[in-house]
Ligand binder design. Structure first.
Ligand code: UD1
Ligand code: UDP
Length: 377
């Protein structure tokens, strides 16, 4: 069976890396990888870390690209490859333009699609934008629906989709568990990271921030920056913010937050380094999808700067709270976590609703029509 995995952004690469490794190790599968190049720089770091090699590179990235321009380049680029390679299955991940465009191209070529991370739903087609539409579309054309959790399976069942569903756990936990194990096992590596970030002040609580969602562009991002500005007045915290390369994010964040002594704006971190920072964080402020899944595994409280989430499991478990993008709410909830030990302890109850580290194995078993025990949540 020829399985062609296609991805283009940083989170897709992190989440597809353990699956590609499992496919490579499977005798029944011939595994090939195509990258679209949507995130040229950020992808290269992940490819190197997980020893991933691309067989094909569509090189679609343009500065300040529009969604339609990107979508068109991905469809056109991948079509020739599908025509010549004729894989038995195309695997795409999640909710990006790369995933939606590749699923559409495979559908047009009548090549079966497998959707990794199927069934996530915020319930609001405009948020996250355009990801909610992308994932609904990919689910509707997929033959194999790999739902990470029982609740994502239930969302798919409610939609009566034609694809077959398996609950596998999220492959991000496979990637994270492997990375944590690597940091634990390699003392020299841990020392190198500590030296690289010798400005991290153990005497102050580390607040780790990420943010890049399109629906927060403009006023949302200005509010987030004003909130961080206010929080930076506290002398007992150190704020670390790896800033996404999207100019709509980078320009605002740099203009609003550079020059504050306890705010460290840094370039996007390599995954290993970012995991090291998550382990050291007292709390995390984010609008990212993947970070909402990883932080609970590490027992770290997360405030999500969005109004809705497609990942309700950790909200229900109490380790993640939605705080939107109002300045008052972000500042208020962060201060509460910093100042009220009981609230903080409540958030930290380690819970792990997203996976057990075996999602990739289950997906390979499903593709090879072998029986396996689904992830129970
Ligand atoms: C994309 C995904 C989003 C995912 C995010 C992860 C879509 C519609 N959105 O959003 O679902 O959560 O990636 O990070 O697919 N840029 C670079 N180099 C990079 C990455 C981005 O220069 O490595 C700049 C470019 O100017 C580019 C812009 O950022 O035009 C936007 O990038 P794009 O891939 O269109 O969207 P993201 O906001 O990164
Ligand atoms: N991440 C990273 N370096 C960073 C910030 C995030 O490696 O500087 C990782 C993070 O651990 C998670 C993934 O990137 O696995 C999330 O990516 P992103 O926030 O870009 O996208 P989303 O998950 O929202 O689609």
């Amino acid at each position: 069976m020829h399985v062609l995995s296609i991805f283009g952004t940083r989170p897709e690469a992190i989440k597809m890396a353990p699956l590609v490794a499992a496919l490579r190790a499977e005798p029944q599968v011939r595994s090939t990888v195509c990258i679209t190049g949507q995130h040229r720089e950020m992808l290269a770091q992940v490819m190197a870390l997980f020893d991933l090699k691309a067989d094909h590179d569509l090189d679609v990235m343009r500065p300040d690209q529009t969604l339609n321009g990107l979508h068109a380049r991905v469809v056109a680029g991948v079509d020739g490859l599908l025509q010549t390679a004729r894989p038995d299955c195309v695997l795409v991940h999640g909710d990006t333009t790369t995933a939606a465009a590749c699923a559409l191209a495979a559908f047009h070529r009548q090549i079966p699609v497998g959707h990794v991370e199927a069934g996530l739903r915020s319930g609001d087609i405009r948020s996250p934008f355009p990801e909610e539409m992308n994932r609904r579309f990919v689910d509707s054309v997929s033959t194999w629906l790999f739902a990470p959790t029982p609740s994502s399976r239930d969302a798919l069942l409610r939609e009566n989709l034609p694809g077959r569903i398996w609950v596998t756990g999220n492959t991000v936990i496979d990637a994270l568990a492997a990375t944590v194990a690597r940091l634990q096992a390699d003392a020299a590596l841990a020392r190198t990271l500590a030296e690289r970030y010798d400005w991290v002040d153990a005497g102050r609580r580390l607040v780790l921030v990420t943010g890049h969602r399109r629906e927060n562009f403009g006023e949302g991002f200005r509010n987030i920056c004003t909130a961080l500005h206010t929080l930076a007045q506290r002398s007992d915290v150190q704020i670390v913010y790896p800033v996404h390369l999207n100019p709509q994010v980078r320009d605002v964040v740099t203009a609003e937050l550079s020059g504050l002594s306890n705010v460290h704006l840094v370039a996007p971190l390599e995954y290993l380094d970012f995991v090291w920072f998550m382990q050291r964080a007292h709390l995390i402020l984010t609008d990212s999808g993947g970070v909402q899944e990883e932080a609970p595994y590490l027992g770290k409280p997360v405030l999500v700067m969005r109004d809705v989430t497609e990942r309700p499991e950790a909200v229900t478990a109490g380790t993640v709270r939605l705080v939107g993008t109002s300045r008052e709410r972000i500042v208020g909830e962060t201060n509460r976590l910093l100042d009220d030990p009981a609230t903080y302890a409540d958030f930290c109850r380690r819970s792990n609703p997203y996976g057990d580290g075996h999602a990739s194995r289950r997906i390979v078993d499903a593709l090879c029509t072998r029986p396996f025990t689904e992830f129970a949540g």
